[in-house]
Design a protein. Sequence first.
Length: 164
Amino acid sequence: MSKNQIVAADKVVEIHYTLTNGAGEEVDSSRGEAPLPYIHGQENLVPGLERELEGKAVGDKLVVTVDPADGYGDVNPELTQSIPRDQFEFDGEIEIGMRFEAEAEHGLELVTVIAVSDEEITIDANHPLAGETLNFDVEIVSVRDATEEELEHGHVHSEGGCGH
């Protein structure tokens, strides 16, 4: 097998995957869609999955179990907070499970509404899969060298550039 078809740092890798949680429920999948492209070694995947893909080749299929520490981390209770309803900027009915962008120290972050009362809204900034064991069923579809521009930007560009 050509060295160019081996997953290594600074390679653009395309994978098909199915992600299930610890309860075996399907959370996400690329199957039936285009494969997921990423630049290996650029922290575009959860660390536990990226580490297991290192050195694998096009056509390889593997099942990877990722503990929370190597996935989206443990649930951090400090990332949950209650906000007075009158300070929550949203016109319309607010329901549990809704997701919003909120201003944070380092820019915008996605938060999930986890409780609603007449007085306040409780939001959680933990990743929805924080604290979960992740099970990936993966197939490596393609591997190629990343372009200089892709490496500078830290992500894969589709044909015609990346639009920024």
